[in-house]
Write a protein that binds this ligand. Sequence first.
Ligand code: AMP
Length: 190
Amino acid sequence: MLNLVLFGPPGAGKGTQSQKLIDKYGLIHLSTGDLLRGEISQGTELGLEAKKLMDEGLLVPDAVVIGMISNKLDANKDAKGFIFDGFPRTVAQAEALDTLLESKSSAISGMVALEVDDDELERRLLLRGKDSGRPDDADPAIIRKRIKEYNDKTKPVAGYYKNQNKFTSINGIGSIEEIFSAIVAVIEKY
Ligand code: AMP
């Protein structure tokens, strides 16, 4: 099984690259951001609670996203593998993911981090906000809060995978094809 964690700050290009990786490797894409937006559009209680935090640029509680991922793993028992996009975002989530995969006799193959500087992220997110209609992409103050949440809570997740010798970082600035080739080169070594 190929289980990839695609890592990087908001606006790094994780969604774009996930789509190309799914096409190439036939993996299931698990984006907790997409799953949460799905809950919001269905008007569920979980979605309503999450929306308040998401609109503020804050992380939703670990238990919420871990529960969603657990359900998706159970619902896709015959998958060739998974791309985790926007998850895990805290060390507690990374630990929970290891436990979930272990219980299915599986494991994370590796983490690939897309490196993009904060100024470029802010520029990309504001641009994306024009089309995405996402409230959290529209306001520079919220974008900066999301980047701060990333720096405070999510960056340490890289250390978690470094300790397991499962971490590779690549330059996230360049053409979509260049970045994709760099990710594929890492995956081919797993
Ligand atoms: P994303 O689409 O990955 O940029 O996520 C959008 C928002 O959803 C984030 O700013 C968080 O509020 C929330 N979110 C998504 N994934 C997670 C996660 N793994 N842990 C906590 N909050 C998350």
